[in-house]
Write a protein that binds this ligand. Structure first.
Ligand SMILES: Cc1cc2nc3c(=O)[nH]c(=O)nc-3n(C[C@H](O)[C@H](O)[C@H](O)COP(=O)(O)OP(=O)(O)OC[C@H]3O[C@@H](n4cnc5c(N)ncnc54)[C@H](O)[C@@H]3O)c2cc1C
Length: 432
């Protein structure tokens, strides 16, 4: 009997996380089904994915450079650019899935509508194909698809969309556009728009550190990889050196009207953009403070200024939701403790795993590959799990450490320190 005939593990989602989970299970000869809502794999990296969930815009390029992005056993070919486009990344994920024979286990066009825990400790997965029971479920449904909309007093007469709905600049030709937010998507979209729109302003409450994609012609993440990986400097020292180097490259960003965050650089996600500061310098993008109120066709800002706009694009992030899962089993609440041992398993709930529910400073995709190997090791009984009490202790200790390290904000709910987190998972795997 082949491993798919005796599939007793379900994976929800065939994005980069679900595919990595499938590959790790295949290598342990564990049978699995992947349920995928859309008609093909790749998740958010499939532009205009027919699952209706991809936030990819046409100009999207990944921020992790090629060498730090690829899976260790499937490196990205060196003829690819430093920063892959969404098309390049999708092609890479497809090749990876084919190389490790994952695709044949995917049930495409099959949305999971519920998962329930059964009295015999198995899990019932329901989709349009009916219900099927599994000994384990790996949730890999992505956490960047359920748009978070802010609320401001008043109302706006123009077009208002969330960044997840933005595809190209064309609909904004000759329009006065306000982009709300200062994360990577906000800045990418402002940069994309500014040569076609009539005017582009970026509204930010707190500012963010802006890092260039290259320093001295080398992708910036290769510098940090060199300091922490090759020279083995501690994380804090690496971050302090990087902050200094970035200051030399960028200078004082307040010169561009961009507020400097109150916290040191290593306590926040920096925004990566080669273009933002020079484009502010060209007058193509202006910086505005937080919105105070929406006044019909005008927008009032916290500094007392008011200006007319035709469109608002809210790049204000995402809620982490699991529409198929009863919140009494597991849910994520902004800024609160995430009840997952090793950021993967709810303590005391045998057979439920989450892959990709992390937000590192640094690349997510290769980190989730390590999570996937960890899950496969647990499911093949190679890793023996601690007691429920010890798992709860780990969850609490992790949460407290996170609160001490990062800024308190919904954006950091799923935060992990990629380096130490990966080391902890690899240590468990090595001890198996
Ligand atoms: C603009 C942007 C830039 C980014 N840049 C980087 C970067 O530079 N480096 C990096 O490492 N990461 C980056 N990321 C993070 C990125 O989200 C992750 O790297 C990763 O690709 C997410 O993969 P995923 O499989 O977890 O989720 P997704 O890609 O969202 O895939 C989830 C899959 O689950 C499916 N699904 C959802 N619900 C169901 C259901 N009920 N039933 C069946 N199927 C379901 C969906 O159809 C989808 O295919 C970026 C994210 C964004 C938004």
């Amino acid at each position: 009997m082949s491993d798919t005939d005796r599939a007793d593990i379900a994976i929800i989602g065939a994005g980069s996380s679900g595919v990595a989970a499938g590959k790790a299970l295949r290598q342990k000869r564990l049978g699995f089904d992947i349920y995928e809502k859309g008609s093909d794999l790749g998740g958010m990296w499939r532009y205009e994915n027919d699952n209706g969930l991809s936030c990819a815009y046409r100009s999207l390029h990944i921020d992790t450079s090629r060498n730090n992005l690829g899976y260790p056993d499937f490196p990205i070919p060196s003829d690819k650019p430093d920063f892959l486009s969404h098309q390049d990344l999708l092609a890479y994920l497809e090749a990876y899935a084919d190389r490790f024979d994952v695709r044949r286990s995917v049930r495409f066009n099959t949305e999971v509508t519920s998962i329930e825990k059964l009295p015999d400790a198995r899990w019932r997965v329901t989709s349009k194909d009916g219900a099927r029971d599994y000994r384990a479920v790996i949730v890999a449904n992505g956490h960047l698809w359920d748009a978070r909309w802010p609320s401001f007093p008043g109302s706006f007469n123009g077009t208002a969309i969330h960044s997840s709905q933005y595809r190209t600049a064309a609909p904004f030709d000759d329009k006065r556009v306000l982009v709300v937010g200062i994360g990577n998507s906000a800045v990418d979209i402002a940069v994309d728009l500014c040569k076609r729109a009539k005017s582009v302003a970026l509204s930010t409450r707190t500012g963010a550190y802006v890092m260039p994609k290259y320093m001295m012609g080398i992708p910036i993440d290769r510098w940090s990889a060199f300091l922490s990986g090759k020279l083995r400097l501690p994380t804090l020292l690496t971050r302090m050196i990087m902050a200094r180097l970035i200051y030399f490259a960028v200078g004082d960003q307040r010169r561009f009207g961009l507020p400097r965050p109150k916290h040191p650089m290593w306590r926040e996600h920096a925004t990566l953009s080669q273009e933002l500061l020079p484009y502010i310098g060209h007058g193509w993008i202006t910086i505005k403070p937080n919105i105070a109120s929406l006044e019909g066709s005008e927008i009032a800002f916290a500094d007392g200024s008011c200006a007319p706009f035709d469109a608002i694009i809210y790049a204000t992030g995402y809620k982490t939701t699991f529409p198929f899962l009863d919140p009494s089993i597991f849910s994520v609440r902004d800024g609160e403790e995430v009840g997952l041992y090793r950021r993967i398993m709810p303590p005391g709930l045998q057979g439920l795993f989450f892959a990709g529910l992390v937000q590192p400073i640094g690349p997510t995709i290769p980190l989730v590959e390590v999570q996937a190997r960890w899950i496969a090791a647990v499911l093949s009984n190679s890793i023996s799990l601690p007691s429920q009490a010890a798992m709860l202790e780990e969850v609490l200790a992790y949460h407290e450490q996170k609160q001490r390290t990062y800024v308190s904000s919904a954006r950091y709910t799923l935060e992990v320190d990629g380096r130490s987190y990966k080391a902890a998972l690899l240590k468990d795997i090595a001890a198996a």
